[in-house]
Design a protein around this ligand. Structure first.
Ligand SMILES: Cc1cc2nc3c(=O)[nH]c(=O)nc-3n(C[C@H](O)[C@H](O)[C@H](O)COP(=O)(O)OP(=O)(O)OC[C@H]3O[C@@H](n4cnc5c(N)ncnc54)[C@H](O)[C@@H]3O)c2cc1C
Length: 391
């Protein structure tokens, strides 16, 4: 039996995700990619099937998945459509601190409606000024009365921009508060002024609507703030970060698995008119397939071990969390490159989905934590320096 089969308690949910991916996401993946169109139909299917509440406990109407199962679900969806899986991952990572930190009002207003598939969420952290240095934000909200004025909240890349109902956004709680003093809000689209500041036309993840956005107006302390004022670093980030890292890796691994499946279909189906043989019978091609499989298995073993540590102990090694993102993205870059190579001119000419997988995989190297920043941070730790800093 494969080490990587879902365990009996995971089978139903993972199988459901695989079937939903094949039925509702895969058939429209190339179309939404070509048209850079948000996958509305895919999200309707995810909402109807109860996936919006993937990690929300059953007592609030969710599916109550543990981290391991959530990783497997997201990986299955990414095999079918990287764009939809990335938007879904952004939803789930925004929901993670929401359901775990919500007060009574937030449970009724947000957590239960999310679980019922009525509210789509996303993450709005990165800002164009600080880019891949996502631990630094310059947007701020000013405290006034029982809420905050979103004076200058400009986020540089917001996946599902305009489509999401709730935006998980850490901002400075005051302009003078200084780096690190961030407060996390769930900004409710229906209650503020918002704008999309540029269209999305990505190289990959084209259906993601990852546009810059500006938010203005007021948010309420009780309804919209998660945790305490300036509570980002101590309270919110430790809940958000592990799940965010695992699910980035899950998307990249799923993209790589999707490309692998398509490459296998191509080499076994590609018959030569002159020899009557096919690509899969050539030993050079078999070696390429083996190389891809090894890379996939290595990454899967690492990712599942980190997810298991988080489930079993309540915490995962922060270094391993960022390392598994980089490992999964490098696997996706490597596997999609080899898949395109053995897919030949037919793949280059767009006769299958390999080009889409290759372009989607490229997003991983520039999405925070970028591959460069992971290596830099790990390297600093290895030589006894704090992972963030310049000296
Ligand atoms: C498809 C997509 C969707 C996204 N969705 C979201 C979202 O939903 N929410 C959100 O908050 N953000 C999102 N982002 C933003 C993302 O997380 C990054 O913040 C953003 O891509 C950084 O881009 P930049 O051009 O500012 O990078 P820069 O900071 O300008 O970096 C450019 C390159 O230089 C490298 N680099 C930087 N510093 C160093 C160094 N010291 N040593 C070596 N290399 C270095 C980086 O790794 C990167 O490759 C998304 C991005 C993409 C591409």
């Amino acid at each position: 039996m494969s080490l990587f089969e879902p365990l009996p308690y995971q089978e139903a949910l993972v199988d459901e995700a695989a079937k939903l991916g094949d039925a509702a996401l895969r058939p429209q993946a190339n179309k939404v990619d070509a048209e850079a169109k948000f996958p509305t139909e895919g999200f309707a299917a995810l909402a109807k099937a109860g996936f919006y509440g993937l990690r929300i406990p059953e007592r609030f109407g969710g599916r109550g998945a543990d981290n391991r199962t959530a990783v497997m679900v997201i990986e299955r969806l990414a095999r079918a459509c990287g764009s939809t899986a990335m938007c879904f991952k952004m939803h789930c990572e925004a929901v993670e601190p929401l359901w775990r930190m919500a007060n009574a009002e937030q449970i009724e207003a947000f957590v239960k409606p999310v679980a019922a598939g009525k509210l789509l969420c996303t993450t709005a952290i990165s800002e164009s000024g600080t880019g891949s240095h996502t631990w630094v934000m310059q947007s701020f909200a000013t405290k006034s009365g029982d809420g905050y004025d979103l004076s200058e909240v400009r986020k540089g890349w917001v996946t599902s921009s305009g489509h999401a109902d709730l935006y998980f956004a850490p901002v400075l709680h005051d302009k003078a508060a200084g780096t690190g003093n961030y407060t996390a809000f769930m900004i409710e689209k229906a209650k503020v002024d918002w704008s999309i500041d540029a269209p999305w036309n990505g190289l990959g993840m084209r259906a993601n609507a990852s546009s810059p956005m500006t938010f203005k107006g007021r948010v309420s302390t009780k309804r919209h703030r998660l945790g305490e004022e300036a509570g980002w670093q101590k309270q919110v980030f430790p809940i958000f970060m592990p799940f965010s890292m695992l699910t980035f890796a899950a998307v990249y691994l799923g993209i790589a698995e999707g490309a692998f499946e398509e490459a296998i279909a191509h080499v076994t189906g590609r018959a030569y008119g002159d020899t009557g043989s096919n690509l899969a019978k050539l030993d050079g091609i078999q070696r390429y397939i083996g190389e891809m499989r090894l890379s996939l298995d290595r990454t899967r073993a690492f990712l599942m071990a980190v997810a298991a540590q988080l489930d079993d102990t309540g915490a995962a090694d922060p270094r391993h969390l960022i390392e598994c993102v980089c490992a999964a993205d490098e696997t996706a870059l490597e596997v999609t490159r080899i898949a395109m190579n053995i897919g030949g001119g037919k793949s280059y000419a767009g006769q299958n989905s390999l080009g889409r997988y290759l372009r989607d995989a490229q997003a991983g190297s520039v999405m925070a934590p970028t591959d460069d920043m992971v290596k830099l941070r790990v390297g600093r730790l290895m030589v006894g320096l704090p992972q963030f800093g310049s000296a």
